[in-house]
Design a protein around this ligand. Structure first.
Ligand code: APR
Length: 310
């Protein structure tokens, strides 16, 4: 094996192919793109490889319909599955995507037993649970991408409302990736100042609501398919923190065993991501109202997990 890191992206659709693009642009490692559709991962990998001389990235891009080229990956990003159609909830996708994720996990863990899995397929928290059980990996190596995306959406709306750089704005989102997510304005800041000091409550409430419906807003605009630029960028930020051992604190779906009073379930919480994967779950004190909202969100995840019998 060479000195370069290796990242497998399963699903060469909108999210997967765009993730490959961000990974290459950041030169995070060699990328293997896998999909069941013949020719598509190969074609997209070749196209990206031909962008390399123009953009100046030196990474090897491989596309495949089988998994042999994925061997010894450091990180595996799983985006395989069906995307939401207009009017379809994430939950409608549950059983189909559980089958797809199970099959993909089996293939990947056989060849990359030491990898870190980043799950993107929806419904996110339930798919993480599927991947954890199926892989037999320890919980610190199976992490879900949701909070980085949800908080990015909130940061985008906040920066617009405040007319400041998006880089000045942080946003804190807890809970499952769905309509019950729990954005926390009091921990969301602009240049360190809580946004509750800068914006009136009704404007914050409107932003919180728009954040929770952020995925559906894009689905209804696109009509065929769901968001992919921001979801893929979010998965790549997590990958970067792991591969470079940056130890960034990012909101991710993590398997909780008692943290926040939740046991045996994937829920979005602040996580430190480094070379070992999920290195620490950060626990903060919640108000009674926030705690109730988080537990409500967790029970929505539990319902899906129960449907799958996990
Ligand atoms: N193995 C590998 N790839 C598969 C499999 C499988 N068993 N089943 C489906 N795929 C591939 C499809 O062929 C398709 O190319 O997964 C890809 C999914 O791509 P899109 O349909 O473009 O969906 P995308 O927008 O990328 O979303 C992927 O991420 O955000 C979530 O809700 C979203 O669950 C969805 C996933």
């Amino acid at each position: 094996m060479g000195a370069r890191k290796k990242i497998t992206v399963v699903g060469a659709g909108n999210v997967g192919a765009t993730a490959a693009h961000w990974l290459a642009a950041k030169e995070l490692g060699d990328v293997v793109l896998v999909d069941i559709v013949e020719g598509v991962p190969q074609g997209k990998a070749l196209d990206l490889a031909q962008a390399a001389p123009v953009e100046g990235f030196d990474v090897r891009m491989t596309g495949a319909n089988t998994y042999d080229d994925t061997a010894d990956s450091d990180v595996v990003i799983i985006t395989a599955g069906l995307a939401r159609k207009p009017g379809m909830s994430r939950d409608d996708l549950l059983k189909t995507n559980a089958g797809i994720v199970s099959q993909v996990v089996d293939e990947c863990v056989k060849r990359s037993p030491n990898s870190i899995l980043i799950i993107v397929s929806n419904p996110l928290d339930a798919m993480c649970q599927v991947a954890l059980r199926r892989s037999g990996f320890p919980k610190h190596r199976v992490i879900g991408m949701a909070g980085v995306l949800d908080s990015a959406r909130m940061r985008c709306f906040l920066a617009e409302a405040l007319d400041v750089s998006v880089e000045n704005v942080t946003a804190f989102v807890l809970g499952g990736h769905g309509d019950t997510m729990v954005p926390l304005p009091r921990f969301s800041t602009c240049a360190g100042i809580p946004i509750t000091e800068l914006l009136p409550k009704d404007q914050i409430d409107a932003i919180v609501k728009r954040t929770a419906g952020g995925g559906a807003e894009i689905v209804s605009l696109l009509k065929t398919g769901s968001a992919y630029y921001a979801p893929s960028a979010a998965a790549v930020e997590m990958t970067e923190s792991i591969l470079k051992d940056k130890k960034k604190i990012l909101p991710c779906a993590a398997y909780l065993e008692g943290e926040y009073g939740i046991n045996g379930l994937y829920v979005g919480v602040p996580c430190k991501l480094g070379a070992r994967g999920l290195e620490q779950i950060i626990e903060i004190n919640l108000t009674a109202e926030e705690r109730i909202a988080l537990h409500k969100s967790a029970s929505a995840v539990q319902e899906l997990v129960d449907v799958l019998g996990l």
